[in-house]
Design a protein around this ligand. Structure first.
Ligand code: NAD
Length: 292
């Protein structure tokens, strides 16, 4: 079997065109331009490239993008004051603090400072709690994008066995919640695996859907899969590669070649989950601006 490629770039382009149309309509009808503020502390190369990509996507959709960069030694209190000012700024509908923050910052304190109604990343305790109990809220972008990608396969998720590898607050745990809740594109039986799971393949071999978000290359290999499974590879790992101009290449957490032999569909890295994460961020920002 050779898996179909779940093309995140293509789906993202379709959705971004819809979002851009929504932005234009909101401007025309209410004179409101959705605004997203992205805060970056320090110069972590991966974070710099994510922030740049978010700003570009925002402008391409016709939104206002405000990028705020701070040096690594900025006091935490100053960062929190900046967030509080953005909370009160009517031109800003979404606030995102690029994670991870440098050592010494309390991510919890900083995220807690974001007003839940502008928390377009869906990371504040209020939005996480609402997601858990099924209330209307901003869904976290990467998990929401993952569900959209699974929908592309046409698979009815209801009643399927989904295995999620990784239990982070930003990917693994929310993916498990979204796939197991009642409703459309959900209602799966979910197994959440992590570093305490002795043998991943015991679970993955019976999975119809495997979402791997471990942050380690080769966490999932083809021999761990049931034939026909859908594989969503969230990992973004930089692997040294002297043949590449930057000296590294990106790879996911799944061994692409062996998994593609067995799976029915698989996301590539790059070009799978990544473009969907930014798309769902734009989606949430537009939604926030519509709410006013
Ligand atoms: P994290 O380090 O916070 O969490 C990783 C989780 O994987 C942990 O809960 C750990 O228990 C589990 N894990 C690690 N090794 C394991 C193993 N061998 N077996 C079972 N479980 C294992 O990472 P994260 O923030 O959830 O991100 C995971 C990956 O996804 C990273 O590569 C990250 O760069 C990537 N990511 C991509 C996007 C995107 O938009 N494409 C967004 C967020 C994260």
């Amino acid at each position: 079997m050779s898996a179909a490629i779940l093309d995140g770039k293509k789906l993202a382009a379709q959705m971004r065109a819809e979002i851009a149309a929504g932005v234009a309509a909101l401007k025309a009808e209410k004179g409101v331009t959705p605004g997203l503020a992205v805060i970056l502390v320090g110069e972590n190369p991966a974070s710099v490239s994510y922030v740049t990509a978010k700003g570009k996507a925002c402008r391409e959709a016709g939104m206002l993008s405000r990028e705020i960069r701070f040096p690594v030694d900025i006091p935490e209190s100053r960062l929190i004051e900046t967030i509080e000012a953005l909370n009160a700024d009517p031109a800003i509908h979404g606030i995102l603090v690029q994670l991870p923050l440098p050592k010494g910052f309390s991510e919890k304190k900083v995220i807690d400072a974001i007003a839940p109604e502008k928390d377009v990343d869906g990371f504040t305790p209020v939005n996480v709690g609402k997601m858990l109990i099924g209330d209307d809220c901003f869904l976290p972008c990467t998990p929401h994008g993952i569900v959209k990608l699974i929908e592309v396969t046409g698979m009815d998720i209801q009643g399927k066995h989904a295995v999620v590898i990784g239990r982070s607050n930003i990917v693994g745990k929310p993916v498990a919640v979204l796939l197991s809740r009642k409703g459309r594109s959900a209602n799966a039986t979910v197994t959440l695996c992590h570093t305490g799971t002795p043998d991943l393949s015991v679970y993955t071999k019976t999975a119809d859907i495997v979402v791997v978000a471990a942050g380690r290359p080769h966490t999932l290999t083809g021999d761990m899969l049931k034939p026909g499974a859908v594989v969503i590879d969230v990992g973004v790992n930089r692997v040294p590669d002297a043949t590449k101009p930057k000296g590294y290449r990106l790879c996911g957490d799944a061994d692409y070649e062996s998994c593609a032999e067995v799976a029915s569909a698989i996301t590539p890295v790059p070009g799978g989950v990544g473009p969907m994460t930014i798309t769902m961020l734009l989606w949430n920002t537009l939604e926030s601006a519509r709410r006013g």
